[in-house]
Design a protein. Structure first.
Length: 239
């Protein structure tokens, strides 16, 4: 057994018994659950008033789902796994937050359970690392897709255009941070950089944004191999 479900008077707690820490908690008013008077008469010399009802028979788990029998209905809950948290951000259209959540799992600092991921750190990083690259590639393809460059999403009604600087800066920052954390110089200098460079029909080239973000992060200082990996035309800028 790796996890223990604890029902208190105000919340449900998922405890990781291996580390002795709570990894999930959800507010719950247990007074809404059906209870049984199992504890009356067991208080001994130190009576408790009122004696709480036992609600253990109202809580069941089955195939990854939690069933709660309340006084009016049956409620069903599902535990969010690591990929569920990422997909929730993706479905909300926030790819940057999805990358950040994935990176927090890669670096083992995520707020939440690690169920479904290997205990071995190396294997876990391989799985999450692949997911991060998929998210970065999808984000870059969406941001700089030819169809989007031709539509009217980056133009305003007054003809001045919509300022997408914050979007491009945020995406560049996320990609750079993730690549440096994973030590993936190939994606950093090829996939991400090329996406910012090879933009055709656009009012101004976003490559400068990527270069400025690179300078601030100083990849060559954090990863000396970055200087040798960068293609000749980029070494002067990143070296």
């Amino acid at each position: 057994m790796q996890h223990l479900l604890i029902v208190t008077g105000s919340e449900i707690i998922l405890l990781d018994v291996r580390i002795g820490q709570s990894v999930e908690n959800t507010p719950l008013n247990t007074r809404l659950l059906t209870g049984n008077d199992f504890f009356t008469g067991l208080t001994g010399k130190h009576p408790v008033s009122p004696v709480p009802d036992a609600v253990s028979s109202s809580v069941r788990t089955h195939r990854g789902k939690l069933f709660l029998l309340t006084k009016s209905n049956v409620q069903v809950g599902t535990l969010q796994y690591w990929n569920d948290r990422i997909l929730a951000r993706v479905h909300a259209g926030d790819f940057l937050a999805a990358i950040q959540v994935a990176l927090s799992y890669y670096e083992s600092r995520a707020d939440g359970n690690f169920i479904g991921l290997p205990d071995d750190a190396t294997e876990r990083k391989q799985i999450v690392g692949r997911r991060i690259r998929e998210l970065m590639r999808a984000s870059l393809e969406w941001a700089f897709s030819e169809d989007r460059m031709r539509d009217d999403t980056h133009y305003s009604s007054d003809g001045r255009g919509v300022d997408l600087t914050s979007l491009f800066e945020g995406l560049a920052g996320c990609c750079i941070e993730a690549c440096l954390a994973m030590g993936d110089m190939s994606f950093l200098f090829d996939d991400a950089y090329d996406s910012y460079s090879n933009v055709g029909n656009f009012p101004w080239p976003p490559r400068g944004i990527y270069l400025r973000r690179q300078d601030k992060r100083s990849p060559a200082k954090r990863h000396p191999s970055a200087h040798f990996y960068a293609r000749p035309e980029r070494r002067a800028r990143f070296g």
